[in-house]
Design a protein around this ligand. Structure first.
Ligand SMILES: [Zn+2]
Length: 198
């Protein structure tokens, strides 16, 4: 038995039907005190009314709708990693196919580079042939003309053109290889979708 009125949290304990060590003196007080008894009864009515309210659940799209309006900051390396992961097919056969295609493309690229390098070597080796001599004559003629017309700067540009051609060929090959990989990846994705029935 306690000689004061109950505190709100003590009334809560009684309403919740708590059976703790300190609840017995609270009950004893309520039995003797009409004022606290009224408070407990009132709280019980409110709790019962709350229990009867329909239980609402948020729509399943609620989280998506909220996240659409949330601007999540994504560091560039995370974004790059995610886009790289998107390029990797999900199913194992498609992955194997893509990997095989990647190896094939790399091989083609390497062979093509080798071929270009060898051709350059051959050109240097057979510099005595008529074709090469013709080329040299034409080249020197161009050099003389360009040199006469535009000066030494333009001349070095003509020399640079040869290197640019080689770089251009390599870039074209790389683009072709990447295109092949992308195409096969798309094919693999499409076929895995058909197989998965998605
Ligand atoms: Zn009281």
């Amino acid at each position: 038995m306690i000689n004061r009125h109950l505190l709100p949290n003590e009334i809560d304990l009684l309403v919740d039907g708590d059976v703790g060590f300190g609840v017995a003196p609270l009950r004893a007080h309520v039995r003797q005190c009409p004022e606290c008894q009224a408070k407990v009864d009132e709280a019980r009515v409110i709790v019962d009314a709350l229990e009867e309210l329909p239980h609402f659940a948020p729509s399943s799209l609620f989280a998506d709708r909220v996240m659409q309006q949330v601007h999540v900051f994504e560091p560039w390396h995370v974004a790059a990693r995610n886009s790289a992961l998107r390029l990797v097919p999900r199913s194992t056969p498609a992955r194997i196919a893509a990997a095989a295609m990647g190896v094939a493309a790399t091989t083609v690229l390497a062979v093509a580079s080798l071929w270009i390098a060898m051709r350059l070597d051959l050109l240097t080796m057979f510099s005595g042939t008529a074709v090469q001599r013709g080329r040299e004559i034409v080249a020197s003629a161009i050099e003389v003309l360009v040199g006469a017309a535009f000066g030494a700067a333009a001349l070095s540009l003509v020399h640079a053109m040869g290197a640019v051609g080689l770089i251009l060929a390599t870039v074209l090959l790389a683009v072709a290889a990447i295109g092949a990989v992308m195409g096969v990846r798309r094919l693999a994705t499409a076929s895995s979708r058909r197989a998965g029935g998605q």
